[in-house]
Design a protein around this ligand. Sequence first.
Ligand code: HEM
Length: 204
Amino acid sequence: MAERLLTRFTFFERILHWVVGVTFVLLLATGLAFAYPALFWLTALLGGGPSARVLHPWVGVLFTAGMAAMIVVWFRDMFLSDSDRRWLRAVRAYATRDSANVPPAGKYNAGQKMFFWVQGVLAVVFVASGVALWFPAAFGASFLQWMRLAHYLATLGGGLFLIVHVYLGTVAYPGTARAMIDGTVTERWARHHHPRWHEEQTRP
Ligand code: HEM
């Protein structure tokens, strides 16, 4: 008999997530292409060097809109509770897959919540520094240098966190990616990874 499925994300949440995901990857790839000549070929993703230069900030506008909407939709679920703090103290058990010693997570574990807030803060850095770099005539040279550094550091940080996020959502924990594709997860997945959320969803 097919296993019962639980709905994890609505269609709207998935659209928002993928607007953010696709635009973020395009921005990351073209941004790295501008910084490193060896990666210049990545500008092909936005039609080559000159068009990538023009389109990068506009893709940034779309990323900003998606991210702002995602923050509005999800922020209530992302505050750390006492049980999240217990989860964080036991993060070693999570990383070593010692499931017996991982405090039960709700809809999101504390690591996912931290990822949400870190990407939210980095988005503010991207937007603030990106706007300055988009309209350089309005700012002084030394301020622009600081903004270039902030944009670059946020790129490296955001890129590294994204690699971890994609790894955890695909290779490390099979059965997770479908939550962002068709919006569902199996009961077994929910019971194992998010026991408190599973209980809430299946309580009679
Ligand atoms: C581009 C490839 C990406 C993949 C394959 C991916 C995959 C996923 C998956 C499978 C989930 C559901 C996790 C669950 O149900 O527990 C998720 C959730 C989430 N994603 Fe992504 N994602 C990507 C990009 C991004 C980007 C660029 C951001 C933000 C800048 C982002 C932010 C989030 C957040 C905040 C959540 C909810 C909390 C969490 O699960 O960490 N994702 N993602």
